[in-house]
Design a protein around this ligand. Structure first.
Ligand code: GLN
Length: 535
């Protein structure tokens, strides 16, 4: 069969969890043996989110091919259990960049370049390109933002054209809305959803499926009302209630036969789903045998989305251990005072120092790592977290008091962390880091080698700085093990202290590869160690 398309839009409010809904539908189709690819359209003018503050936009997700993408791609990878790429995230900025570059090259032969057809054509060509690259049975395309926003209009217009082009039975629209609850009358209100569908219709799109986010069960008569006013079949009005865990959503949608409705609308033969392992996963999530107190010590602790893949990876490792992970957000700036740091770290059973940029809070991170090292608290350092662990070891074990990273101090005399050689001439910020998947060789008999169960690994990167090779010999003599290196042995990818229960850090970002049913070995190692200590 040719690829079938499912467009997902959102209405009423932002942050509805369209990504989770799309990803859950993807899982339900995958569970039926179909291949699924996705695309996320982001209506902002940034070419990619790589230059955006995590405070505003949340985590920057990194794909194997080195794209810096929206964090929803992480959800899609985790739910669908597939690897996506640059083509799977499309921003207005990247569309306009391509069109303007073509215009400058004279490719439009003197035509006036316009939103319709030039921008919309470029958007459609990205859909075709992703189809070509992945050749999926189903392509789920999520349009970021809320219906009614000015920004997303070219995307909406492009999908209107696309739906007509490929004909009935090959593409559907799923509109996600919110049903607000009025406590005074004890009712769920459907009017905002009706209005939102009206706006969508005014753009020429009649949704086939309505997914309603709600905190309470959606009564049958309200469902009928929504179906009537929004011109959607009643069984295509899907309730999506708040869940304790996002991983419960696929099962909730399956209970309402959402996949069956989709297959029917897309004229595809019905297949039964095999959701046994997912059901087992949810069973473990719902019935944890223990709780673990795990800290994330970083700079963006006010917005948990800034470290969403780290949080999910910790949870995945928890599920494997039948443990609920209780996350403690430690603002590294609060740890600059070592006494305060000790206080915040008391009772913590495992700690992650995640990636980041800039000098703020660094001394606090060093204190957290020192505390973990001296008190044998299981520790995992990610990217900047590994760089900090090297600085901490150099300062407090090797005795290089002024050891630092060139990132934090340009004129520093003992840069144990320094700018990578090929970064020295880089002036532009966007997309210029060492990005994406690289090979890493693990040291025999190391903790890392045992955790991975293999000699060669491939992990995703996003950094400009690295361990300075001039200090490696001294650091090794002082007991720090470099357990992972690039194939030519020149770039330090992992460190460990094998005498502690778990003290491991990586220059790469393992969190991007963790999956709910397959926790990442480094996160699993961390949580395993914490569980062992608790016994
Ligand atoms: N700022 C550090 C670097 O550029 C670490 C980056 C990160 O943690 N992703 O190397």
């Amino acid at each position: 069969m040719g690829t079938k398309y499912i467009f997902i839009t959102g209405g009423v409010v932002s942050s509805l969890g369209k990504g989770i809904i799309g990803a859950s539908l993807g899982r339900l189709l995958r569970a039926r043996g179909f291949s699924v690819a996705i695309q996320k359209f982001d209506p902002y003018i940034n070419v990619d989110p790589g230059t955006m503050s995590p405070f505003q936009h949340g985590e920057v997700f990194v794909t194997n091919d080195g794209a810096e993408t929206d964090l929803d791609l992480g959800h899609y990878e985790r739910f669908i259990d597939a690897d996506f790429a640059q083509i799977n995230n499309v921003t207005s900025g990247s569309i306009y960049q391509t069109v303007i570059n073509k215009e400058r090259k004279g490719e439009y032969l003197g035509a006036t370049v316009q939103v319709v057809p030039h921008i919309t054509n470029e958007i459609k060509s990205r859909i075709y390109k992703a189809t070509e690259q992945f050749k999926p049975d189903f392509m789920i395309i999520e349009i970021g933002g809320t219906i009614g926003d000015i920004e997303s209009l070219p995307f909406i217009e492009a999908i209107r054209q696309f739906k007509t082009e490929i004909g009935i039975g090959n593409a559907i629209s799923v509109h996600c809305t919110l049903l607000p609850y009025l406590p005074t009358s004890g009712e769920l209100k459907t009017k905002p959803s009706q209005h939102s569908v009206n706006v969508l219709r005014s753009y020429g799109i009649q949704p086939e499926i309505l997914v309603c986010r709600t905190s309470y069960p959606l009564p049958e008569d309200e469902k009928e009302k929504l179906a009537l006013f929004c011109s959607v079949q009643k069984d295509a009005v899907i309730e999506c209630r708040d869940m304790k865990s996002i991983y419960e959503v696929p099962l909730a949608l399956e209970e309402q036969n959402m996949a069956a409705v989709v297959l029917n609308l897309l004229q595809t033969c019905y297949k039964r789903a095999d959701l046994k392992s997912w059901e087992k996963l949810v069973e473990r999530i719902r019935n944890p045998k223990r709780t673990l107190e795990v800290a994330i010590a970083g700079k963006y602790t006010k917005l948990s989305d800034a470290y969403i893949s780290v949080v999910e990876a910790l949870k995945h490792a928890g599920y494997a251990n039948e443990a609920k992970i209780n996350i403690h957000w430690i603002n590294s700036e609060d740890c600059v005072d070592y006494e305060k740091c000790k206080e915040l770290m008391s009772g913590i059973q495992a700690v992650v120092v995640p990636g980041g940029f800039g000098v703020r809070g660094i001394e606090g991170k060093l204190n957290v790592i020192r505390y973990a090292r001296e008190n044998n608290v299981p520790f995992l350092g990610l990217c900047l977290g590994m760089q900090c662990a090297v600085i901490e070891y150099a300062r407090h074990v090797l005795g290089i008091e002024d050891a630092n990273s060139r990132e934090f101090s340009e004129e520093c005399e003992k840069p144990v962390i320094d700018l990578m050689l090929d970064q020295k001439d880089v002036t532009a910020y966007g997309g210029t880091m060492r990005l994406g998947q690289y090979e890493c060789h693990l040291r025999k008999n190391s903790v890392a080698r045992k955790a991975y169960g293999t000699d060669v690994i491939f992990e995703r990167h996003r950094h400009r700085y690295e361990v300075n090779n001039a200090y490696i010999e001294d650091l090794e003599k002082a007991g720090l093990i470099f357990s992972g290196k690039s194939p030519n042995g020149k770039l330090m990818e992992m460190i460990e202290l094998p005498n502690l229960d778990w003290f491991v850090a990586s220059q790469f970002h393992p969190e991007f590869k963790s999956r709910p049913e397959r926790p990442h070995p480094l996160f699993k190692g961390l949580i395993d160690a914490a569980v062992k200590q608790s016994k």
